[in-house]
Design a protein around this ligand. Structure first.
Ligand code: PMT
Length: 272
């Protein structure tokens, strides 16, 4: 489990294997001079569905927000949420595996980013907003998977707030900039905009109203009260809503698998 003999994450092994299969036998990339490999195509049936869409997003430039934001109260305290980055990184990994160029704007995450993506860090909602607007011109698909704080302390203190003599404390909050809304508002021709919605009740209703208000192409609505769905799990359960009114139910599955299902819908929109 540790050190030299540690088993690599199985998902990484699959990603690397797929990338070798995509380039033939991988020797072009590694310079490996081994013998010609035996023909294994007949034994590849279990991965044939993965291979079938290996480069179907080539030419797309994804810009994806991932993780949670941190809003400073003072130099030692902040407001944040439970996002791990697993869902957003899964979308980034899947898009890169399918041939897209991927830029990830990551807030606070608890898992490492996937290989093969351009990573930019942004801690607060306003920082994330600035980076996204700066990167947006080059994007063809925007995915808002981050759990961005809706409110931030209005006047963060420059030095540690002392508790002496205070039993109650009031924090004044201001609304943060809405990244997804602004991306949609300033969208250039051809940009597809995908949002997520983390809800606890009337999941589809709230998600559809977000979609209409923010003018989105797709929304992935997670019911975060369900076991195995939402924050910090390796799996998710969601409904994809499309602007043409479709509702695609995604039952319990790994976030990586769900990422591919979301990308299938992005591709369908692109081709429609
Ligand atoms: O990271 P994980 O632990 O894997 O968890 C995954 C997830 C639950 C964080 C993810 O799947 C998810 O649902 N992300 C969106 C969470 C959220 O903030 O939802 P919301 O309903 O508050 O926001 C709706 C959309 O607006 C989201 O796309 C969000 O990124 C975007 N938003 C919100 C506020 C804001 N100021 N700017 C935004 O861009």
């Amino acid at each position: 489990t540790v050190g030299t003999g540690k088993l690599e994450d199985v998902e990484n092994i699959v990603e690397q294997a797929l990338s070798l299969l995509k380039t033939g036998d991988g020797r072009q990339e590694t310079g490996d001079k081994r013998q010609e490999p035996e023909d294994i195509s007949g034994s590849l049936a279990p991965v044939s569905s993965l291979l079938s869409h290996v480069s179907d997003l080539a030419g797309e430039n994804f810009l994806i927000t991932v993780g949670g934001t941190r809003e400073a109260i003072d130099p030692v305290r902040f407001i944040s949420n439970h996002s791990s980055g697993k869902m957003g990184f899964a979308v980034a990994q899947a898009a890169a595996a399918r041939g897209a160029t991927v830029t990830v704007v990551a807030g606070v995450t608890t898992v490492p980013p996937p290989d093969g993506v351009h990573l930019i860090h942004a801690v607060s909602a306003d920082e994330m907003h600035a980076v996204v607007i700066n990167e947006l011109k080059a994007a063809t698909v925007f995915v808002g998977a981050a759990a961005v704080a809706d409110y931030a302390p209005a006047n963060p203190a420059d030095s540690k707030i002392k508790k002496d003599g205070r039993d109650l404390m009031t924090l004044e909050l201001r609304k943060t900039l809405d990244i997804l809304n602004d991306v949609s508002l300033h969208r250039h021709e051809g940009l597809l905009v995908v949002g997520f919605a983390a809800e606890t009740n009337d999941v589809v209703g709230y998600a559809r109203s977000k979609m209409e208000k923010k003018g989105l192409d797709l929304v992935v609505a997670n019911d975060i009260t369900k076991a195995g769905a939402g924050f910090n799990t390796d799996t998710n359960i969601a409904t994809i809503l499309t602007r043409s009114g479709d509702e695609i139910e995604l039952p319990l599955m790994s976030k990586r698998e769900m990422a591919d299902r979301i990308l299938d819908e992005v591709l369908r929109l692109r081709q429609s």
